[in-house]
Design a protein around this ligand. Structure first.
Ligand code: PLZ
Length: 446
């Protein structure tokens, strides 16, 4: 196997962040690249392996974001690199709908077998999470011959025109980018930390509320699909209360509505299951995957009931690059790594370290309102002490401190007050503990 483990897995901060070379190149970035692009961590990356990013000033940064939940198997994971190198020498592209090839089929076979549900399944490969969600909606509408799509508060499903409409948050995702696609209906999402009623009844009350709204405002028979992230990602790692997803699934099944789980962020061993919906035995009709599936190469998929996936006429689905052979080679390397290195169990172990430590930090710093998540998908929500008012200022200070000390941590949340942890599942305990020490020191400076 190719040895890509060339970077020692240790944090090393040699300069201010950004260092002088990065600062210089970031000027070129500003001049050459669209002003619409954000930047969470201001350095230029030279190299990355597993959970360490090396920048052009020689700083080694601990990666607790995995490129937004993508490099779950680590950056440049050996099995991914090996398979991609072999594939790039053989052929780079034919287009699967022009002249098919084996690794696209193998990826689909693996997904059909490993996504929830034992019924006959089929898959479609595309390039990005947004494209997977768009296709899932296209397929659901075609199959049900219905148009309405139900989505939830705090949802994130992408940045294309249809997926902007499916996404909840205006700023920065939608502001000024309309008009948006029609026939999208947004329902209240039970957010346990911010629930105003009696939290003991949150599941039954929320299900009652949502199903009542669907029946009265849309008409259940007009709904093609209910689309939900089993754990809300960009919206702040909100875990729906126990029973909510199974209740929605039941309502969908009883009303001929397809239940679509968007596992783009929560999927691929991240939560201590291969897919987050497994926690409660939820079996969606369709699942969308992306991010972690390609180990860093652009790949996404829709997988689900064979009868649904086959309902389109021939050539109704497709695209030039979807399931490109290099991305499929990478995905096969990802599957192998997850299975052979036991990364589902590893996500659970990381989750224990994370939640134990984050709860300890919470007990010392009253700006932390809640620690939540599952497995290696955990977050903390920051509030003004003594209230539940969002505290984005404290979040920005802590994140800045972590940056200056060589730890990359991402944020999230409708109220811009959530710090989220999505470490590569190959991160060592030592590196994770070191990063959490830095985080705690960040809270101490507040
Ligand atoms: N569905 C659940 O989390 C992507 C967005 C980053 P694409 N989330 C990261 C950003 O700021 O653009 C995401 C997701 C869920 C769909 C998507 C969209 O996936 O691969 O970014 O299109």
């Amino acid at each position: 196997m190719i040895d890509t483990d060339a970077l020692p897995q240790v944090r090393r901060v040699l300069t201010a962040i950004p260092g002088p070379k990065s600062a210089e190149m970031l000027k070129r970035r500003t001049e050459a690249t669209s002003g619409g692009l954000g930047m969470a961590f201001p350095v230029i990356v030279e190299k990355a392996h597993d959970a360490i990013l090396l920048d052009i000033d020689g700083n080694q940064i601990i990666d607790l974001g995995s490129g937004i939940g993508v490099t779950n198997v680590g950056n440049s994971a050996p099995r991914v690199v090996e398979r991609v190198l072999k594939q790039v020498r053989e052929f780079t592209h034919t287009n699967f709908t022009t002249a098919p090839y084996e690794n696209y089929i193998e990826v689909c076979e693996w997904l059909n077998k490993n996504t929830p549900g034992t019924f006959a399944k089929k898959s479609l490969l595309v390039n990005s999470g947004a494209e997977a969600v768009e296709n899932a909606i296209k397929i659901a509408r075609h199959f049900t011959k219905r148009q309405a799509v139900v989505v939830f508060e705090h949802a994130y499903h992408g940045r294309t025109n249809l997926t902007m409409a499916l996404t909840a948050k205006n700023m920065p995702y939608k502001e000024g980018f309309g008009p948006f696609a029609p026939e999208i209906y947004r329902m209240p999402l039970p957010y346990p930390y911010r629930y105003e009623g009696d939290v003991a009844n949150i599941t039954s009350e929320s299900l009652e509320h949502v199903t009542h709204k669907i029946e009265k405002e849309i008409g259940a028979k007009n709904v093609a699909a209910i689309l939900i992230e089993p754990i809300i990602g960009e919206g702040g790692f909100i875990v729906p209360p126990k029973g909510f997803l199974p209740g929605l699934q039941k309502f969908a099944n009883e009303n001929g509505i397809l239940f679509i789980a968007d596992e783009v962020q929560s999927g691929f061993a991240r939560t201590g299951h291969l897919f987050a919906c497994e926690e409660e035995g939820v079996v969606p009709d369709l699942v969308t995957t992306a991010k972690g599936i390609g180990g860093g190469l652009p790949l996404a998929a829709v997988t689900g009931r064979a009868d649904v996936m086959d309902s389109s006429h021939i050539s109704g689905l497709g695209g030039t690059y979807g399931g490109n052979p290099l991305a499929c080679a990478a995905a096969l390397g990802v599957f192998e790594t997850i299975e052979e290195d036991g990364l589902v169990a590893r996500a659970q172990a990381i989750g224990e370290i994370l939640s134990t430590r984050l709860n300890e930090i919470k007990s010392k710093y009253s700006v932390i309102g809640e620690v939540r998540g599952r497995g290696a998908m955990q977050a903390i929500e920051l509030i003004k002490p003594g209230t539940k008012d969002p505290n984005p200022e404290a979040m920005a200070k802590v994140i800045k401190y972590c940056q200056q000390n060589g730890v990359l941590i991402l944020t999230a949340g409708t109220y811009a007050n959530v710090i989220r942890f999505l470490p590569p599942l190959v991160i060592t305990d030592e590196l994770l503990r070191d990063a959490l020490d830095v985080l705690e020191a960040g809270f101490a400076t507040l």
